[in-house]
Every structure is written in C-alpha cells, then in structure tokens.
Design a protein around this ligand. Sequence first.
Ligand code: ZN
Length: 505
Amino acid sequence: MSYARVLCVGLVGVTGHLVEVEVDLAAGLPGVVISGLPDTALHEARDRVRAAVVNSGQRWPNRRITLNLLPATLPKFGSAFDLAIAVALLGGSGELPLLPLDGVAVLGELGLDGTVRPVRGVLPMVAAAAQAGVQRVIVPAGNTAEAAVVPGLLVRGVDTLHRLVAFVRDGTPLIEPPLDAPPPAAPGPDLAEVAGQSLGRRAVEVAAAGGHHLALIGPPGAGKTMLAERLPSILPELDDEAALEVTALHSIAGLLPPGGRLIRRPPFQAPHHTATVPSIVGGGSGLARPGAISLAHRGVLLMDEAPEFSKAALEALRQPLEHGRVLLTRSRGSAEYPARAQLVLAANPCPCANPAGDDRCECPPLARRRYLGRLSGPLLDRIDLQVRLSPMRAAELMETGSHESSAVVARRVAAARAAAAERWAPLGRRLNAEIPGPDLRRTPWRLPGRVTVELRSRLDSGSLSARGFDRVVRLAWTIADLDGRARPDMGDVAEAITLRTGEGT
Ligand SMILES: [Zn+2]
C-alpha cells in the first residue's frame, strides 16, 4: 500500500477546521513534495518529521513522497500537523497499519529527536474536531488537560513518536489526561480593598453595568490602577459560549494556566506603555499570536499611563474598538481574532505627574493640554465615561469603615444588565453602551424635554457636542438601571453629566 490518510485540525482565527493529511508514495526520484497551501513552517515540518522518524528507529521511505493537506483552500499555519504527517508517512510506506487511527484526529509538533511537543491552540482545534463528529483525539501529553475540557471526547496524550508507533502497532497504552480537576483560579482583587474614592467606585460600577469604556484621569496615588484592576470582579461570569471563546484565545496565545479549565472570569490585560503594536493587536509568524486586546476579549483592557503609549499603539486600538475584532493581514491569508474588550484609559493630568495633583503642577498650560491631547480624537471619542479623580486625602486613607465588596456591587451590576438586556432586546442589543445615538433619540426611548433641560442648554451653548449628548443619555440609562428606575430622571442625567465631563469632586 502506498497511500495513507490521517486526520488533523487547522486553525483560522479561533475557528478550527478538520484537515486531512494525505500521503502518496511513488517510484521515482526520492524527495518530498508538499501541496495544499502550506506556510513556511510546514516546509520546515518536512525536515523535522524526517529527523523524528529516523531518530525514532523507523525507516524513512526512499521514494517519491507527495504530501497533500486538504482542503487545499484552507490556509494552514503552525506546527501542529507534524505528528499526523509522520504517521501518515509511516502508514503510506507500509510500516504501520493505520486502522487504530481511523477517525482519530492527531495533533502535535515533533522535535528532531522524536519527542512530541505541546502546541498552541489545542482547545479550539479539539472543539472543532468534536463539532465535526470526531470522537477520539491524540494530542501532545502537555495538552491533554486542555483538550479534556471539551466534553464528549476521548482524549489521549503522546510524549514521543515512538509511543504513538507502539500504540498503533501493538496497543501500548497512551497517556491519559490528569484526573484531578485543578483548583479554581484565586479570586482577583476586590473592591472592598479600595478606601474612599467614592466617585471612582461609582464610575467603575456604572462602566460595568452599561459596558461603557472608561477614562480615569488623576494624579499618581489617586487609585486609578486599583480601581481598573477591580472592574473584572464586578462583571458577570462568562457564559458557556464566551468562556469557550476566551479560553480558545488564551490557548492560541499559549497562555492557558496548566491543568485545563474554562476561563469563567472576564480576563484583565494591562500592557506596559512601551508595548509594541503587535503585542497589543496580535501578530507574529506561523499561527498568529493574539494581542492584549484579544486576550482581554469579554474582559477589561487597561491602558495605564495612556498618554505614554506610542501614537501607533493608540491608533491600533481604533479598528478593534469599532468592530470588536482584529484583522491581522498576513502574507498568506489573514487571521481574525475577537477583540470585544472594555477599555479603561488611566492618565495623569499632566506630564509632571505631581502626586498632589493640580494644586502643585508647574507644567505650562500648553504642555498640559498637549499631554491629554495625545488621547483625544478617535480614541477618547469612544469613551462614554471620563472621570477626574482627586488625590486621596489622608482622611480617606485612614477610613476604617467597611467598604462594599465586589460581590455586593456585582449583584447590582447583574440586575442593571438584566434590565438593559430586556429593554434593548427588540434592537438585538444588550448593553447601554451599544445603543446607537439615533435609537436613543426616538420613541419609545426618547427622554422627555423636562429631563434633558440641562443637556439641551449645554448643547445650545456649545459646551457639549451632539455625540457628547448621546453619551450622557447612555450613561443616564445605566444609572437608572442601577437604581432600579424604569427610565432616567433629571437626577440621573445630572449624575451622568458629572461622569461624562469629569466635573466631579
Ligand atoms: Zn504638571
């Protein structure tokens, strides 16, 4: 027999697709031809597979070898095809009877010595295999826990090509996934630890309830980072679909904690202000790595000291914020990753970053304007909530009374989100932050004139833009939802103005 075929899985974005690895051996000049849109890594696979086969004590067929990866139209990235190529080759050359691998998807990268190395993206690959009706998968030993997260599949691991060959030949057992479920992730930081800063706490709660992007402006020590880090703790847990999507993205980045478990808490990412554009939006050769904005998908992306980021990095956030996904254009095909993160920008009011705040700032007014001006335009334009935090006063720091915990605030947030989801269901939307301006301004959602008096006078005087008007109204809906009112009243609009314009205390 000179033909064999083994199942594998390729990834396009976060979506896995079943791939058939076909091998045909023919008489003729010895050599290997690979077809089916391979990337450079696949050409390197040829050399890796050859070394691994020989170093595992198997015979390398001295014939003309044609490798074909189907479907040919599917772009293929990465090194997860190695193991399937190796066994297909040994099957095709008659060295191995491949019946035991019938209907089994085989994933793994080979080292030159024949060891099987873990690969990125096993979770979405295995999930796709299961979706396509595959019932058994063989993955690198280091990926078994992750693969076992997908229900209804028989998962086995291999550490060497030799072990897989022994399994196929005489049924030598493969490695089973760990039985013990790992302990749940430790809870993140809690709002109960934040003393004082009532405006900041309220801003974070409103941001969570309405899904609004948030800018926190204030001197060092005002608690900006502390507050931002605690935003995920008051967001609802991820539902099954979101959890699978978020875990898949972390799997593709190679950042899943060991043990294998779906990520249920909204993720938190805080890239440093020296971060490169690829580290923020994603990129790299082979299987593209998701950037911080995709790792924060369904969670929170904090840009701390936001004006210090490069212009290119801030600019790169525009497209993902607008579309909820990142498109990475590659030489061969493009990768698209989800990127629906809630953005928190934290910034000092000026370059001198005097902890005493505006009182002791010695920066020239022009320098101050320029500093925050770096954030203006398209980015700041998408942010509903902009809050100016004052330096923490000693009295606040010494405050010993109990502060509300994240669990208590999270309950209000969940109730507010439920009210909003029910109201916007006819529009097919869930969060106040998602509602387009024209919908806010039409019946039955248009707010009566007496509620928007203050807003309209600001609009007329030019101190508020038309977009700013819509943003305040969105915030007012969220405040009403949090306080259990069916519609915003004048008080809600007044508080929304404070949260929008930063005219707080
Ligand atoms: Zn200053």
